[in-house]
Ligand binder design. Structure first.
Ligand code: ZN
Ligand code: ZN
Length: 134
């Protein structure tokens, strides 16, 4: 067992892995997520800023959920970018191209012959809407 400070309330707690949050904060964050999820369900055209204001959740937290792929923007607002190439993305940490590249370099490291060609996923969604994934 490891003692850490909670990244949200700065209290000491017994760290068991995953996010550096104490039990109480984990529950709080989960409640906030449910609130955001409900809000997005009813307000399909809400932007990150609107969601943050209406749900009283920090924009940073919402972007964190987007990175964790719990939330997704239907159209990039330019603020979420691929950590590798800087391309605008809607969810997660990397764009489809970099994800495919990573998969390729992984599989080519194992299998030295022909790497499979990545198929680019086409996005057909429109409007600056958000949706929940989990
Ligand atoms: Zn805490
Ligand atoms: Zn990229």
């Amino acid at each position: 067992m490891e003692v850490q400070t909670c990244s949200r309330c700065r209290k000491f707690f017994n760290y068991v892995g995953g996010e550096r949050l104490c039990h109480a904060c984990k529950e709080e964050v989960e409640k906030e997520f449910q609130k955001v999820k409900e809000f997005i369900r009813e307000n399909k055209t809400a932007t990150v800023i609107q969601v943050a204001e209406e749900c009283e959740v920090s924009e940073k937290q919402i972007r964190q959920w987007i990175k964790e792929e719990r939330l997704e923007l239907s159209v990039s607002d330019g603020a979420i970018v691929c950590e590798k190439c800087g391309a605008a993305i809607t969810s997660g940490r990397y764009c489809e191209k970099c994800k495919a590249d990573m998969v390729n370099s992984l599989s080519s490291a194992i299998k030295k012959d022909e790497a499979p060609k990545p198929e680019a996923k086409k996005s057909t969604r429109d409007g600056n809407k958000m949706r929940f994934l989990k």
